[in-house]
Design a protein around this ligand. Structure first.
Ligand SMILES: O=c1ccn([C@@H]2O[C@H](COP(=O)(O)OP(=O)(O)O[C@H]3O[C@H](CO)[C@H](O)[C@H](O)[C@H]3O)[C@@H](O)[C@H]2O)c(=O)[nH]1
Length: 341
């Protein structure tokens, strides 16, 4: 990454902040951030205080602002998104505007300015999606990969996507909620104890994106072979960490747009994939519009592959989940404060 100019859309979010700090530490020449909220930019400018960091106010929905900021950059991490399931569910057209049309703007600007690499951040909720957030992210992947197909392997710009699962301890997610419920003496609310989720520390998502930048061929989509746990084990792990074995638990039932388990790679995608150790490379299907899909070139072995999901992956038990939680400084701080109360 040395001596490069990198653009991070949505750079003031939790992923953005983490990736920006790591890029600056690696010695990149310039990091540009494109985001909407001047307050968040100002906070980050003050906290990071690094002259290589350049803040651009704008919105991926607005092609002009994306075109301006993409000029002269070598790589783009496209993280700007509407990512909350409920808000996308109630305002789906807003998800289309940001996640689909905004991504098209980013990809087109990258092509226009011959940016070498673009990585678009997606989610496991984009595979066989059941909610508007996942659907819009699935379409983002399609938009990015259609542009990749159009460019072909020898183009100036390489476009890739990554998918990751639930980021542990991210704002508004279940782990900080459970901890807050313990601290306030309220019952822990569990939707469905047998539900599973891939659990990823934020560092792993940064590593995944960097892996994609380094290894992408045109149109590749990378997933991390993340581990998963059941919500029941997650609750038990949190209770053990905070040493509250008798804390009450309420089972409240499923929320809108939820799945029992999440899928990081479908069976069809895994048919044309490469096992790269900690990661899968899911290759672009670059057949053109006129391929004989229904007559002679269908996927005969499609039924033989199993998808990679949070039920059939390497599952963490309570002890494993505890170790993963305690690897996060934020959780350790919470536990120390709890013990010192
Ligand atoms: O009170 C709660 C809340 C959630 N859960 C369960 O905990 C798991 C994780 O829930 P989160 O809310 O942390 O995560 P989601 O899988 O629902 O997805 C979250 O992470 C996504 C990004 O990965 C989006 O940001 C999304 O809006 C956000 O809800 C789910 O199985 C959910 O059913 C509970 O048991 N009790």
């Amino acid at each position: 990454m040395k001596a490069k100019r990198i653009l991070v859309t949505g750079g003031t979010g939790s992923f953005g902040k983490k990736v920006v700090a790591s890029l600056l530490q690696e010695g990149v020449e310039e990091v540009r951030i494109l985001s909407r909220d001047e307050g968040k930019q100002d906070l980050m400018r003050g906290r990071m205080a690094d002259p290589r960091l350049k803040f651009h106010i704008g919105d991926v929905r607005d092609r002009d602002s994306v075109e301006r900021v993409a000029r002269g950059v070598d790589a783009i991490f496209h993280a700007a998104a509407l990512k909350q399931v409920p808000s996308c569910e109630f305002f789906p057209i807003e998800a289309v505007r940001t996640n689909v049309l905004g991504s098209e703007n980013v990809v087109r600007a990258a092509m226009n300015h011959k940016v070498k690499s673009v990585v678009c951040l997606s989610t496991d909720k984009a595979v066989a999606p059941v909610n508007a957030m996942g659907m819009s992210k699935a379409l983002m992947e399609k938009v990015a990969r259609a542009a990749a197909r159009e460019l072909g392997q020898d183009a100036d710009t390489t476009i890739a996507c990554v998918r990751y699962g639930n980021v542990l301890y991210s704002r508004g997610s279940v782990v900080p909620l459970f901890i807050d419920q313990i601290k306030r003496g309220k019952p822990i609310t569990v939707t469905e104890p047998t539900m599973t989720r891939f659990l990823m520390p934020l560092e792993d998502s940064v590593a995944l994106v960097k892996f994609a930048i380094e290894h992408a061929n045109q149109g590749d989509l990378f997933v991390h072979k993340a581990k998963a746990s059941t919500i029941a084990d997650l609750v038990e792990a949190v209770k053990q960490i905070f040493d509250v074995p008798d804390h009450p638990v309420d089972v409240i039932g499923w929320r809108h747009g939820e799945k029992l388990y999440e899928t990081l790679a479908s069976a069809q995608e895994l048919l044309d994939s490469e096992d790269m150790g900690d990661y899968y490379r899911l290759r672009l299907d670059d057949r053109d519009l006129n391929y004989a899909s229904f007559f002679s070139e269908g996927d005969e072995d499609r039924a033989e592959r199993e998808e990679f999901n949070s039920h059939n992956c390497d599952r963490l038990d309570v002890e494993g989940t505890k170790q993963l939680l305690l690897s996060l400084p934020e959780v350790r701080e919470e536990v120390e404060a709890w013990q010192a109360r």
